[in-house]
Write a protein that binds this ligand. Structure first.
Ligand code: ZN
Length: 351
């Protein structure tokens, strides 16, 4: 298959220490410190490192902000961290421009499986370095655009992984699709989580992440990876995602006549809520099929979850949505949101 286009793919830049200026650089000037995607070793007391990735999506800056504060607090690299860190800074070019990704680039959190795009080579190099470093745990930091609680995502259901997620939030989401994300690739190397840290730029979110990372550096490995009691209260399993077919015009609330799909104004408030059967998500013009639901096996399961009648989009059974967003660019680049089910771990089904 052809690459997306001939956008020049930056090589992986390896740093043996934290570059000067990293801690103070505003994200829009990060390009002056890091010429592109960078893997940075930061020295610590002897032991396996903590792997952290930030800015895989360039406009999701909470991880970057929290990392700057964390490292400044430790006076890195002048003093040792409690354990070494391997820090991957992903899409620097997009971050400088405040975008998830640049037009024509592959999505940096969809390049960790397969060999289609030039960016896959970058991903392969990073994974080889991480495997060599044998980290204690791996943490990938993200924001979302919609109204969501802070939550941890896991791709496996072993105690160490769930513990790593539970230390961030009682709300935990288990997903296996999209399978091209970094956390799934890393889960083959060490316990691995994706943390969804609310919206970018929120001060409380930054503090939460900074504190979490501090614990990850300071707790013993055993304490970090042993689950606290009652840690499975809010575990959900992502079963499907909702897509807007290409070329459809989406609006919210009081929509213009030009809108093909008119979604309810408060759609984001449904995230992580139990939405009953028959709930109206929005309206659509009667000559187009408004939304498509795809399950984890890439099957079209729209009929199972949604019904379309009288130009209304209705839920067909009770669902728990997540990541519903009003950001139309994100909706068209990624998806409208995900459908989840509450999930109970059976002791004998853990891997
Ligand atoms: Zn993201």
């Amino acid at each position: 298959m052809e690459p997306l286009n001939d956008y020049p793919v930056p090589a992986l830049h390896r740093f043996k220490r934290l570059p000067d200026g990293f801690i103070d650089a505003p994200v829009e000037r990060l390009g002056a410190i890091l010429p592109g995607p960078a893997l940075i070793r930061i020295e610590g007391e002897p032991g396996p490192p903590l792997f952290v990735s930030i800015l895989l999506h360039g406009n999701e800056t909470t991880g970057f902000d929290a990392m700057q504060r964390l490292l400044a607090g430790y006076d890195a690299p002048h003093r040792l961290l409690p354990r070494p860190m391997l820090l991957f800074v992903g899409n620097v070019a997009a971050a400088v421009q405040g975008l998830r990704k640049l037009d024509g680039q592959a999505d940096y959190n969809r390049i960790w499986h397969d060999e289609r795009y030039p960016e896959h080579r970058l991903a392969r190099e990073v994974l080889a370095e991480v495997a060599k470093a044998a980290p204690l745990a791996a943490i990938d930091l993200h924001n979302n655009t919609g109204k969501n609680p802070h939550y941890g995502c896991v791709n496996r259901l072993d105690d160490a992984t769930l513990s790593l997620a539970r230390r961030f939030s009682r709300t935990i989401v288990w997903f296996t699709e999209p399978h091209e994300v970094i956390s799934i690739a890393l889960s083959r190397i060490c316990p691995s989580v994706t943390l969804e840290c609310g919206v970018s730029g929120n001060a409380a979110g930054t503090s939460h992440v900074e504190n979490y990372l501090l614990h990850c550096l300071e707790l013993s490995a055993e304490a970090l990876l042993t689950p606290p009691p009652n840690y499975l209260n809010d575990l959900f399993h992502t079963t499907a995602r909702i897509i807007v077919p290409e070329g459809r015009r989406v609006e919210f609330g009081a929509c213009l006549d030009s809108a093909d799909i008119c979604l309810r104004d408060d759609l984001e408030t449904l995230n992580f809520e139990r939405v009953p059967e028959g709930a109206e998500l929005g309206r659509y013009r009667d000559d187009v099929s408004p939304l498509v639901v795809i399950d984890n096996e890439e099957r079209d399961v729209t009929d199972r979850y949604l019904s379309f009648s009288d130009q209304r989009i209705l839920t067909k059974l009770p669902v728990v949505p997540s990541m519903f967003t009003r950001d139309v660019r994100v909706i068209m680049q990624d998806c409208l949101g995900y459908i989840m089910e509450p999930y109970e771990v059976k002791r004998d089904s853990r891997d």
